[in-house]
Structures are given as structure tokens and as C-alpha cells.
Design a protein around this ligand. Structure first.
Ligand SMILES: [Zn+2]
Length: 397
């Protein structure tokens, strides 16, 4: 049996656009699909391109309040409509500016993530599906947050629960920011285990994601957070990932793993301070695929996420897709894609390799032995805490 991969794609994803001065630029996705295509991943025999539909209002309301959805709808038609008090819903100048057709754009992302979920769960030959436009993990039930209007991940996971009410979902979020929206939406739900590795909320938006946030009620013990310190490099990241994630999955025994694959952990990302390189994404892709096979019956539902360098996002997600397809890529970039970057991207150095290494940040760290020692000690303390606190709570049930 061929293991096929569904990739959700439509040019209409470009509709999700907060304007030219906003960091979440639709160009990220345009360059991502372009690179995937030029690397010949999109004509691979095991890929199927899925054209998404918009989620219905009823589907969006599996997660979001009717009132909030109505507000988004109204503003979508008339962005100047102030009667609805957009600021009460996290909308307006700043992170989540109002734009025309924002309802359609956000519903399309939700529909796309649902299509991916459906593919993975209902079609045996498609154990993996990826929606790079998805991953809007900050949106809350009744408000927009952190560039996210509707929480496409939560909508897709609720949809999976609708297909199989007792399904066990392991949600793994590797975005640099805490996966707060998804965590709070499923905070009391033992059937959705949320795991987030992120830069500590002490230093970065949204400020949450401490180790004490472990769930409530029936869901106690099913929210796991790994807040990382600025400067964390590939080696440290992998140490914690490999020591903890497989054990957590083994203890939880999920039916499916859902991942938010934000690549804003990169050392050059303008919004964050972790110190990892694109090489890490290649290694994480391999590990997640392995874990999906070992612990989740191959079922892997993947979403995009953050990442604010137009030259990093396409390379990171192409490496994830390549791993999903079992394609080993050489460390070079197609000349046509390099030319496209030179034409469309300003303020970033043009890359010539598919992945970079974290030598620079690792060497930088060697200059500060005290900081290095602190980082290593801290990672060890997180691993120990997982062992002593997170795992026993999972296996107790
Ligand atoms: Zn992020």
C-alpha cells in the first residue's frame, strides 16, 4: 500500500491578508508552494493536491461563539462598521487589523484544515495531510489574537471528534509562540492532549504556556508545556524533544497526531529569540514521521503556523513535505526559485541552500560559557519535570 500525502492548496489563501506592513504576509505561502513545485514535490506520484472549500458558519461555531462569528462577518462586508465594537473582539489596529472579506479568508483556512483532517481520518491510503495555510493557534472562542481570526486547528480537531467522539488526539505545537488558543479550547478535554514547545512566555507573546498550566477538570494532566529560553539551539531543542515527546505519545496512545509547524523558532526570525536553524526542521520532520508510525497508526495531520522570514518559511515547510513523501532532497535550491526570491523579497539575504545549520548560534553560545551552562541545566530540568510530573499524570488514567 502506498502511503499518500494530501496537500491542501488554493491561490485563494492569498485572501488572508492584513496589509503590506503586517508581518504575516501572503507572500510566505506563495513562495512556499512555488518552492515545493520547483523541488518537484508537487508532481510526486504519492501526492494529491486538495482544493479546499470554506467551512460553513455552523462548522466554525463548533469552536467560536455565534456572536463573535457574526461580528467577523459584518466587518468582513464593511471594515468601517464600528457599531459592533471590534476592539472587544481583538480586532482593529495592531495585530489583527480588519480587512474586507476576512470572514471568507478565515473560513477558507478552517475548511482547508477540515479537508486535511478528513483525508487523514477517513481515507486509508492517505495517512498524512498538510495544510500550510493553517495553524492559526492563537484565536480564542470569542476573539481574534496574534494574527489569528478563526482557530482552524480547533475547528479541525472538533470535526475529528464529531467523526469519532472517543478519538484520542495528540496535538503537538512547535511554533515559537505558545499554542494558547488550542490549549484553552481543549483545556478540560482528556481526548485532546496539547503539547507546546515555545519560547517562554516571560519573554514572548502571548505570555502563557508555563509548566503549571496542565489542564483542568477531566482534562487535568492533558496540557503539557515546555517553555524554552532565548538562545536555545538545535542541540538543546532536540535533546528535550527526543527525551520527552515519544514517551508522552507512548503513555497517551493517541489515534492521531496533529502538529502545528510554525517555523518562527529560526535564529533570524524578526519576532522571536530562539536560536534554531532550518536543519532542525528537517530533523523534526523525520522524528514526527517516525513517531506517527510508531504511536499513531501513521496518522499525521499537519498545519502551518508562524514564521516571518519569507526565505525561511518556504524552505522549512518544503523539508516537512519532503519527509512526508520520503523524498531525500540535496542541500541546494532551484535557480528559478532563487531568482523569484531576488525579485519579490526585500530586506532578507538571498539563500542558496535549502537548509542552514545552527553553527553560528552554537558558536556564539561557546563565547558565553555561563549562559551555555544555564541553558543546558534548564533543559535538563524540563526533561526531569516531564519524567516526574507529566508522564505519571498521563499513565495514571
Ligand atoms: Zn508564532
Amino acid at each position: 500500500m502506498n502511503n499518500k500525502v494530501g496537500l491542501v492548496y488554493t491561490e485563494d489563501f492569498q485572501l488572508y491578508n492584513f496589509g503590506p506592513s503586517h508581518p504575516l504576509r501572503p507572500l510566505r505561502l506563495e513562495l512556499t508552494y512555488s518552492l515545493m513545485e520547483k523541488l518537484e514535490l508537487l508532481n510526486h506520484q504519492n501526492i494529491e493536491l486538495i482544493k479546499p472549500r470554506m467551512a460553513t458558519q455552523k462548522e466554525i461555531e463548533l469552536v467560536h461563539s455565534h456572536k463573535y462569528v457574526e461580528v467577523v462577518k459584518k466587518l468582513s462586508v464593511n471594515p468601517d462598521e464600528r457599531g459592533v465594537k471590534p476592539y472587544l473582539y481583538g480586532l482593529g489596529p495592531g495585530d489583527n487589523p480588519i480587512f474586507k472579506k476576512m470572514y471568507e479568508a478565515s473560513s477558507l483556512v478552517c475548511g482547508a484544515s477540515m479537508e486535511a483532517a478528513k483525508k487523514v481520518w477517513t481515507e486509508d491510503e492517505f495517512p498524512i495531510a498538510f495544510n500550510p495555510a493553517g495553524g492559526l493557534h492563537h484565536a480564542m472562542t470569542n476573539k481574534a489574537s496574534g494574527f489569528c481570526i478563526f482557530n482552524d486547528i480547533a475547528v479541525a480537531l472538533k470535526y475529528l471528534k464529531h467523526l469519532k467522539p472517543d478519538i484520542r488526539i495528540a496535538y503537538l505545537d512547535i511554533d515559537c509562540h505558545h499554542g494558547d488558543g488550542v490549549q484553552w479550547i481543549f483545556y478540560d478535554d482528556p481526548n485532546v492532549l496539547t503539547i507546546s514547545l515555545h519560547e517562554s512566555g516571560k519573554f514572548l507573546f502571548p505570555g502563557t504556556g508555563g509548566v503549571e498550566e496542565t489542564g483542568e477538570g477531566e482534562g487535568k494532566g492533558y496540557s503539557l508545556n515546555f517553555p524554552l529560553l532565548p538562545g536555545t539551539n538545535n542541540k538543546l531543542y532536540l535533546k528535550i524533544f527526543k527525551s520527552c515527546i515519544p514517551k508522552i505519545l507512548q503513555a497517551y496512545q493517541p489515534d492521531i497526531i496533529a502538529t502545528q509547524l510554525g517555523v518562527d523558532t529560526h535564529y533570524n526570525d524578526p519576532l522571536t529569540q530562539l536560536g534554531v536553524s532550518i536543519k532542525l526542521y528537517k530533523e523534526l520532520a523525520k522524528l514526527i514521521k517516525e513517531y506517527a508510525k510508531e504511536y499513531c497508526n501513521n496518522h499525521w495531520l499537519a498545519f502551518g503556523g508562524g514564521g516571518y522570514l519569507m526565505t525561511v518559511v518556504p524552505r522549512g515547510w518544503s523539508l516537512f513535505l519532503a519527509e512526508m513523501l520520503d523524498v531525500e532532497l540535496s542541500n541546494s535550491l532551484p535557480q528559478h526559485w532563487i531568482e523569484e526570491v531576488e525579485k519579490k523579497v526585500r530586506n532578507e539575504t538571498t539563500p542558496y541552500k535549502l537548509y542552514d545549520d545552527d553553527h553560528e548560534t552554537a558558536l556564539e553560545l561557546l563565547k558565553y560559557p555561563e549562559l551555555a551552562q544555564k541553558l543546558y541545566g534548564y533543559v535538563d530540568s524540563l526533561i526531569e519535570m516531564c519524567q516526574d510530573k507529566y508522564l505519571p499524570a498521563l499513565t495514571k488514567r
